[in-house]
Ligand binder design. Structure first.
Ligand SMILES: Cc1cc2nc3c(=O)[nH]c(=O)nc-3n(C[C@H](O)[C@H](O)[C@H](O)COP(=O)(O)OP(=O)(O)OC[C@H]3O[C@@H](n4cnc5c(N)ncnc54)[C@H](O)[C@@H]3O)c2cc1C
Length: 394
């Protein structure tokens, strides 16, 4: 599978810096920065994106590519639906791979099914579509009896994108749009009103957005401290898929139902936590969310665990990796999965809330998603940012 890189047509950093000026300067070419660049370009603004690396390698390429719409609640649900529309628009414009493939939540006990039934009661039968045991087994490509599967729910509004290519492809497309420049290999060292200071000199913008994800503490340590930002490390692997597993839907399991707000708000979720604590305490010990997604080349992304700390230690814990792989094989009814890659994902996390959106100076705003839902929310956040600035200038 290809791993998209910065386009050869991208200008050399020296051609743009120092001293360039645009309506908007964005720091960070992860999905949050690029979604904002996409929205800005749509609105006819000139944009410069400054990225320290030579291609996106942050959280945005290390995840499942699951836009987890339905499992959000309240304001985040609204933002997620907005984001869904933005993703589809970006896919239409840029050609990036996005599928309205939904998500399948597999239930393997009456309690798991109860969570899904309660969510269906709240959201309606079109948004949370219950599935029989045979239907779930069929989607997973398992034997018709489906082992211990009792049923499940299909969430048709969830989206799938390819995390290896979405941000790189969007960056490549943006960099050939009129008025948009993406500058790679350029570290931002400080930001003040109207000016972004970089390792290659200053660049100027009427407005500046700092979209550096978990590295916010490098530029704004006080804001990061005040929001309690930590780095969450996740164990991930890519495996060769069993032949019969063909769906593009994201596959979620009981531990996913213990993580996402829409599930945890159901009355049955308390029982579910007790049940999982009883039969799989080892999954809770590593704060697992056993889920997986298939990439367009047929391989499957498998994860994940969650370890929290201020610093991301580089070590991938092999027992944790094996635990997640075994749990995935169990859901698929497969033997041992053949691993082709392992990596550690890192994202910004905070117990104080899932978003940091904060004005740091006149015309300078920091935007970090401080929960594992930045792919889901990125385009919604961008739309909200520009609505607000239009309202401010009206
Ligand atoms: C394993 C894993 C699984 C996940 N699964 C999902 C999922 O299924 N669904 C979902 O919605 N979300 C998921 N997430 C979360 C999601 O990936 C993140 O929330 C999102 O990608 C954050 O995007 P970002 O642009 O803020 O950060 P990043 O992608 O990390 O981008 C930040 C960019 O800023 C650049 N940068 C930093 N400092 C500087 C500087 N000083 N100068 C210049 N550039 C700088 C970095 O190099 C980087 O390219 C997952 C995350 C991980 C790690």
């Amino acid at each position: 599978m290809s791993f998209s890189t910065a386009p050869s047509s991208a200008p050399s950093p020296a051609a743009v810096l120092p001293g360039g000026r645009s309506d908007l300067v964005i720091v960070g070419a992860g999905i949050v920065g690029l979604a904002h660049a996409f929205e800005a370009a749509r609105r006819g603004l000139t944009v410069t994106v400054v990225e320290r690396d030579w291609q996106p390698v942050g959280a945005s390429v290390r995840n499942f590519g699951h836009c987890c719409i339905t499992a959000q609640r309240d304001d985040l649900l609204e933002l997620a639906y907005r984001s869904r529309a933005g993703w589809l628009e970006a896919a239409k414009s840029s050609g990036l791979w996005a599928r309205e493939a939904g998500a399948l939540v597999v239930a393997r006990s009456a309690t798991e099914l109860a969570v899904l039934e309660e969510l269906r009661e709240e959201r309606g039968a079109d948004t949370v579509q219950l599935r029989t045991r045979e239907e779930v087994a069929g989607t997973l490509g398992r034997d018709a009896d489906g082992g211990d599967i009792v049923g499940g729910a299909f969430l048709p509004d969830d989206l799938r994108v390819n995390p290896r290519e979405a941000a790189p492809d969007l960056a490549a497309w943006l960099s050939i749009q009129p008025g948009v420049t993406v500058v790679w290999g350029t570290n931002v060292t400080g930001v003040e009103e109207g000016t972004v200071h970089t390792s290659r000199g200053p660049v100027h913008g009427d407005r500046i957005l700092v979209c550096v994800g978990h590295d916010l503490d490098r530029l704004y340590p006080t804001a990061a401290d005040e929001h309690g930002i930590e780095r969450c490390r996740l164990t991930m692997a890519r495996v060769t898929a069993p032949d019969a597993f063909r769906t593009d839907a994201a596959i979620l399991t009981a531990t996913s139902m213990l993580r996402y707000d829409a599930f945890t708000a159901t009355p049955a979720a308390t029982r579910l936590r007790e049940e999982v604590t009883g039969h799989s305490p080892e999954l809770l010990d590593v704060v697992a969310n056993v889920m997986f997604t298939r990439l367009p080349d047929g391989t499957v992304l498998v994860g994940d665990s969650h370890f929290y700390g201020r610093t991301e230690t580089p070590f991938v814990d092999e027992p944790t990796s094996r635990l997640l792989l075994a749990a995935t094989a169990d859901v698929l009814g497969a033997g041992e999965l053949h691993v082709t890659e392992r990596w550690q994902g890192v994202y910004a996390s905070s117990a104080r809330g899932p978003l940091l959106v904060r004005d740091m100076a006149p015309g300078v705003r920091a935007i970090s998603v401080t929960s594992g839902i930045g792919m889901t929310l990125s385009f919604g956040l961008a739309a909200a940012t520009f609505d607000e600035s239009l309202a401010a200038t009206a």
